[in-house]
Structures are given as C-alpha cells and as structure tokens.
Design a protein around this ligand. Structure first.
Ligand code: CUA
Length: 320
C-alpha cells in the first residue's frame, strides 16, 4: 500500500500494521477536530460579526449540558488513545516465550550483534522470517537508539543497563537500521541493515558463519579467566552464591527485598556487586566494572542462563 510512497516505511513485522492503524487513528482524529474547529472559527466569525456600531450581544449565562458534553466527549476519545496505545505497548514489551535470543551492543559508532551460537556481526544482522526475535540491548558508551522503521521497533540503548525489545519479521528482505539518538559526530553514520531470510536460508547462513563457539561457551571461558569459579561453585561450598539455575529466579537480598535475577540484575551484580548483596553472603566480591566489556558481559549472562539448577541435597538445603 505504501510501496511507492517513500514517506512511509513498508510493514515488515507482525506489529507494524497495529502501530500504523493506531497512527492513522490519531492523525484522523486530530485532523478531524483541527478542520472542525478551524471551520467553526471562520463560520462563527462571519455569522456573529458586528453589524452596527451600537450592537450589544446577549450575555452568555453558561450551560451545564454543553459543559458536560465538552468534558465527556474529549475524555472518551482520549481514553481510547490510551487504551489502544497501552495495548500495543504491552504487546511490544513482552517477548513471546521461545523467542530467538540475540544480543546487541551499541557503541560510537556501530552496532555489534551476537548470536547465541557464537556468530558475530557488525552493522548487519541476519534473522529468520516468522520467528520472534528477542533483543537484549546494551551500550558501551553513550545513549543510542535502535530503530528499524520497517518493523516499527525503536528502543533506546542505555549505558549501565539492558533494554529488551522484540519483533517478528514477516517478509524476507533487507531493512534499514538506524541510530535514532544523537550520540556524537558520526551519529548519522551509525547505520546498518537487518537481513530477513527464509528459515532454511537462515540455517545455511548460520552454519556457514565463522564461530569461535557459542555465546555461552565464550561466557564459560570468561568465567574461568576472571576467576569467578573460585567463589561461585555449584556445590554451595564457595564463598559466593550458587549460580546454577539463577536466571529468572527470585533472589532474597540482605535488605530483605526480593529481586528477580534477570539480565539487568546479573549485569549489575557483575560490574557493581555491592549494589545488591544476597542474603547470607558477605560483600566480598570485587568490582568488575571496566574489566569486562559489554560483549563479555553478555557472554557471561548467556553462560549463566545456560546453567541448569543442580539437583543435590545441598541445593535444597539452601531453601528457607
Ligand atoms: Cu548511536 Cu546515534
């Protein structure tokens, strides 16, 4: 429909038509009322113009019915914006289960991608059609914004934390990727493309890529190199918490609060372990801020995600 109109990116994801429908609804309602109000201003200006020097208009004494009307009608319209928008926002912020997990690092001035199987790409991302893709976005330096117009996906990429975005591509092709947050002199050059492939072609591409082992395997190596394994042991004999099966679990902190061990929590616990101390443990872990780059952090997290809970008595003994 919008193919010949370069003002409008094509719709290439499952959410695109919903976003566009809401967009046209907003533009339609705004346009309708703009024209209505502008038209009435002109009409009334002519109709109630002053016809003679001594003309005195009748005083207006107000009308409850009218006032209720112009409160209720805008309220209903604005609530429809809210309900529709919240509905789409909700869908866009919850990746479906079983999504393909991909990792994105933005830095001045490029996009770096890591596939769970270990392939790495720069300014180019290959993905399969018809499968939900869940992105974990990190920044190495300043705020960037990951923007793929054809997918109607835009997410700020913020240093010091992770953002999650997802989409499901619906047609093969190559789509623009932009950085949509001014991030320095070469911001405009921080572009790339998303290559959407048929599943078979994607599999062929994956197997053809050069890989130095999976993301989790890279994380396991880092885990050894950094000496994490000396304190975090699977048998609960270490000085640090057992990390097997940690991902997605509720963790009780010294403060008594509970936090969910998601990507952001795990990242924080690596770079700044003192921020949240797990109940029953000492704040003895050194800071790893600056010692691991964002790629490495994502590898460590992929490794932690891959660790399944250990089925031993000692693991059960940790339960309150
Ligand atoms: Cu990165 Cu603009």
């Amino acid at each position: 429909m919008f193919k010949d109109l370069p003002l409008f990116p094509e719709q290439a994801s499952t959410i695109a038509k919903h976003v566009d429908a809401l967009y046209f609804y907003l533009v339609g309602v705004s346009g309708f009322f703009s024209i209505l109000i502008a038209g009435l201003v002109v009409y009334f200006a002519v109709k109630y113009r002053r016809r003679s020097e001594d003309e005195r208009p009748r005083p207006v004494l107000g009308s409850l019915g009218l006032e209720l009307l112009w409160v209720i009608i805008p309220f209903v319209i604005v609530m429809s914006f809210f309900a529709w928008g919240a509905n789409i926002f909700y869908a866009m912020s919850r990746p479906p289960a079983g999504s393909l997990d991909l990792y994105v690092v933005g830095k001045q001035w490029m996009w770096k991608f890591q596939h769970p199987t270990g392939q790495r790409e720069i300014n180019e991302l290959h993905i399969p059609i018809g499968r939900a893709v869940r992105l974990t976005l990190a920044s190495e330096d300043v705020i960037h914004s990951f923007y793929v117009p054809a997918f109607r996906v835009k997410s700020d990429v913020v240093p010091g934390r992770y953002r999650i975005a997802w989409f499901e591509a619906t047609r093969p092709g190559s789509y623009h990727l932009f950085c949509a947050e001014y991030c320095g002199t070469r911001h405009a050059g921080m572009r790339g493309r998303i290559v959407v492939m048929e599943p078979a072609a994607y599999e062929a591409w994956l197997s053809g890529g050069v890989t130095s082992g999976s993301l989790a395997a890279g994380g396991a190596k880092l885990f050894q190199q950094l000496g994490c394994n000396t304190c975090h042991r699977s048998d609960a004999s270490g000085r640090g918490p057992v990390l097997d099966g940690i991902f997605g679990k509720e963790v009780r902190l010294q403060s008594g609060d509970e936090v969910k061990a998601d990507e952001t929590y795990l990242r924080e616990s690596i770079v700044n372990p003192q921020a949240k101390i797990v109940q029953g443990y000492q704040p003895i872990m050194p800071l790893y801020q600056g010692m691991v780059n964002e790629d490495g952090l994502l590898q460590l997290i992929a490794y932690l995600k891959s660790l399944k809970p250990v089925e031993t008595e000692s693991a059960e003994g940790n339960q309150p």
